[in-house]
Each structure stands twice: as C-alpha cells, then as structure tokens.
Design a protein around this ligand. Sequence first.
Ligand SMILES: [Zn+2]
Length: 127
Amino acid sequence: VESGSQKGWVASWLIKKKNYNSKSAGRLAEATIVLDPGHGGVDSGTQASNGAMEKTYTLRTALKVYKLLKAKNVHVIMTRHTNKPVALASRPALSNRVKANIYISFHFNSAGEQYAAEGYEVFKYHH
Ligand SMILES: [Zn+2]
C-alpha cells in the first residue's frame, strides 16, 4: 500500500480476498491459526493428581501461545479466552469459517496410574 510518499505492507488476512486459498499462505504472518483450549465451563476435562482441572491448563497454555503468536503478528483466533463452555461442534466450525491454516486443540490427557504418562501426542489430519 502507498500513502503519499510512504510505502507499507498489509498482511493478506487483513484484506478480504475472494477465493482466498488458505493452502497458499505459506508464511506465518499470513497464516490464520485457531487455538482451541479444550473443555471449559462445566466441562472440566480430566483432573490432575493435585486436583487441578484440565480446562485450566488448556486455557493457560493456549493463552501463552496466543500471546507469542500475536507478538509475531500472526492472525490468531481463540475458541475461548475465559473459562466458558464452548459447544464441541462450534470449535471446528469456527476454524472452517475463518479458513484457518492450522487448528490446534489443547488437551492434557490423564493416565490410569500416577506418573505412568509422559511425553506428548500429536494428531494430524491431512486432506
Ligand atoms: Zn481434554
């Protein structure tokens, strides 16, 4: 964009484009990322051995990632910012509506035995 003698750039996600292809958005600043803190409200998720609820950790983690991405000017959208319930179907619906390049749902799974679980799981969907 140009204004007078000044030139600048505007991220493509700020401009409404017809037939925008989300797959062509290669750079992080042009990507739309949806962060989904799992559970929320009356849906507490699993419970840690210290009594803390999964929904607390998913929100806390997603908010940290949100701030880091925002600092890098990434177009990032949260399914929830507070401890409120969000219907399961509305989470991916939001992601589809905004044509997200990446959708990340945060969860902290439990194990049947204390200290039996470690590491992380990543589930990916390719289409
Ligand atoms: Zn969960």
